[in-house]
Ligand binder design. Structure first.
Ligand code: FES
Length: 610
């Protein structure tokens, strides 16, 4: 086979990824995972590429790969090995290759929950508009364009403003093209954009989730949401959870820059798509609000994250940040700023602040629990004037990770399960043949198996049901038999999966119990129980109560609110007052560090069993 040489004299090869049809050139010696990352193929790599999971499973279709590593021989069963299945993080092409990515190894397409509540705040954005008309320069009026503009504003509005340096790059051309009339975007005492008369000023709100991104385009004058869009967080190729991504930045000198660049590239794509959809120009976006957990916040603006993963888990900054959008590479108006609200703690970030804001938990007079479930779940208890928050390491099980047949909420994922007598009914996303099971399906499956007596109190699988197969760690209940699945293998729940759910639900329940105990509140006294986030939107409350993740409250007290963090970000985009409220509420929050809390271990052990 003829191989090309690259300028550094390394042999390069082509890798074709199917079924998505993406081709990438890599140097011999690089892994398929690295090839996927270069190609922007969102291959799941839960362990960050160290070979301790099997989420990056691919199948060789054509060409030759490096021999099986010891890790692959341990992780992949012999039948799959003979069929050409390999771990992308271990296998290295020896020449041009074609590989197939099974749906369960591919992060996208995925169902993206971006809708939240209506943005119900009084609109008083930090950037407002004024319209001016200037005299054109002449031989008898040689003032500079900036002086002409600033003088006109002072004469027409009585305000003495300044002008951002970045605005000057295209201001002269714009003023001339616009016949010396302009709509100015003003932030405080600064002109941050010079636009054509009557142009709408727009703002962008972004929720940066560990897994998913949500972007919203708003009219700053009315507060109306003009468009919204979801995307996968591209950093997922470098590690499924925050800890794997921090490890990636620790192990790679350019890791932090790579993760930031990947994120900003995707956000720029989102800006471009949103603007085309709404038929506006990205120059009209004069203000941006970004929320995310503390690690996502730090990675978005290029801050170090190493200290977030080491006790005592402190952030580089907890105060709010206001940065030029151009500094982080966002393709919006040259003078636009990015506002990042304050973080509460190392693992309770501004996304939770936005959620507290959007759900009115900060001003309720009812005893309220508000929870955002993710790899880390953040919980806040509001009681009287107090706000108590904690973060619990619920793990990625509800994202489908660490579960044998787990996958994201993509087509073919089992999302609902019913067990009626001998019959197991499964419902998949997109009504596709099942290829795996996503978070809400896993929760349902465990709940239904408990109801059917297939799981005992400590999590062991029943020994006398014919639908339970295998021995020891392989012991599993078949949800969908091989002849009904999309990949010809059984989709199962095994003992280890049940254990993962036990750990996840116990972590969440412990967080709830510690907060309630701290204030002497009984379950029955909780008047509102708010559940936010994508998984929280789709989970079945009855299942969550049956497995013991949530206390058994009357159903009407639970409220599933969708992406409340995105709604809070939108509120802070159109309301300067809401930014003030965010800062005040962060100062009010009493953060409880669960890992050092006296009652934590006892509560956790109590919550493990069903
Ligand atoms: S085994 Fe490949 S990413 Fe973990």
């Amino acid at each position: 086979m003829m191989l090309k040489k690259n300028p550094s004299d390394k042999k390069i090869v082509f890798v074709d990824f199917e079924p998505i049809g993406r081709r990438v050139e890599i140097a011999i010696g690089e892994t398929l995972l690295s090839a996927a990352q270069s190609a922007g193929v969102e291959l799941i790599s839960i362990c960050g590429g160290v070979g301790s999971c099997d989420s990056c499973l691919i199948r060789l279709v054509d060409g030759e790969l490096s021999p099986h590593t010891k890790i692959e021989k341990e992780v992949i069963n012999s039948e799959a090995l003979t069929k050409g299945f390999r771990l992308a993080c271990q296998a290295k092409p020896l020449g041009n290759v074609k590989v197939d990515i099974p749906p369960e190894s591919l992060a996208a397409p995925q169902r993206l929950q971006i809708e939240g509540q209506y943005v119900d705040v009084e609109v008083n954005p930090i950037v407002s508009s004024i319209d001016v008309q200037l005299e054109a320069p002449s031989l008898s009026d040689l003032r500079s364009d900036a002086t002409r503009l600033l003088t006109a504003v002072e004469e027409q509005y009585g305000n003495r403003l300044r002008i951002y340096h970045s605005v000057l790059f295209d201001m002269s051309k714009r003023l001339r093209n616009q016949g010396w009339g302009a709509r100015l975007a003003v932030r405080g005492s600064n002109i941050v954009a010079v636009l054509a008369p009557e142009t709408k000023l727009l703002g962008l709100a972004v929720d940066i989730g560990t897994t998913k991104l949500a972007g919203y385009l708003l009219d700053l004058a009315t507060g109306e949401t003009l468009g919204m869009m979801g995307a996968m967080n591209p950093q997922i190729s470098y590690g499924e959870d925050v800890i794997s991504r921090i490890a990636y930045t620790n192990d790679h000198p350019e890791g932090r820059a790579t993760l930031k660049a990947q994120l900003i590239d995707t956000l720029n794509g989102m800006v471009s798509d949103l603007c085309s959809e709404v038929n506006v120009s990205s120059d009209q976006i004069v203000e941006v609000v970004m929320v995310g957990n503390t690690a996502m916040h730090h990675l978005a603006v290029g801050l170090p994250v190493r200290q977030l993963a080491v006790a005592p888990y402190v952030s580089a900054i907890s105060e709010s940040l206001d940065l030029p959008a151009s500094q982080i590479g966002l393709h919006v108006s040259l003078g636009a700023s990015v506002y990042l609200p304050p973080n509460i703690a190392g693992f309770v970030g501004a996304d939770h602040v936005a959620m507290i804001l959007a759900t009115d938990v900060w001003q309720t007079d009812r005893i309220t629990l508000a929870i955002d479930i993710g790899t880390n779940s953040e919980i806040t208890l509001a009681i009287g004037d107090r706000l108590l928050s904690c973060s619990c390491a619920s793990g990625p099980a509800f994202e489908g990770a660490h579960i044998k047949d787990g996958m994201r909420a993509a087509p073919g994922a089992i999302e609902r399960v019913q067990i009626i007598g001998d019959e197991v009914r499964t419902f998949t996303i997109g009504a596709q043949p099942p290829v795996g099971i996503c978070g809400s399906g896993i929760l349902d499956a465990v709940s239904e198996m408990l109801k059917a007596g297939l799981i005992e109190g400590r999590g062991a699988l029943s020994t006398d049901d014919p639908r339970v197969h295998g021995e020891g760690a392989e012991r599993a209940f078949v949800l969908a038999p091989a002849d009904q699945t999309g990949h010809g293998r059984d989709v199962v729940i095994n003992r280890k999966d049940i254990n993962e759910i036990q750990l996840a639900k116990a972590a969440i329940r412990t967080g709830i119990d510690v907060l309630l105990n701290e204030c002497g509140v009984k379950y029955a006294e909780v008047e509102d129980f708010i559940i936010a986030g994508a998984f929280g939107t789709y989970l079945d409350i009855e299942s969550a109560v049956r497995v013991g993740m949530f206390p058994d409250l009357p159903h009407e007290r639970f409220r599933q609110v969708g992406n409340a963090a995105g709604t809070g970000a939108r509120q802070m985009l159109v309301s300067a007052d809401r930014r003030g409220t965010a800062t005040e509420l962060v100062e009010r929050v009493e953060y409880i560090e669960l890992t050092t809390h006296a009652g934590f271990q006892d509560e956790f052990m109590k919550a493990i069993n069903f």
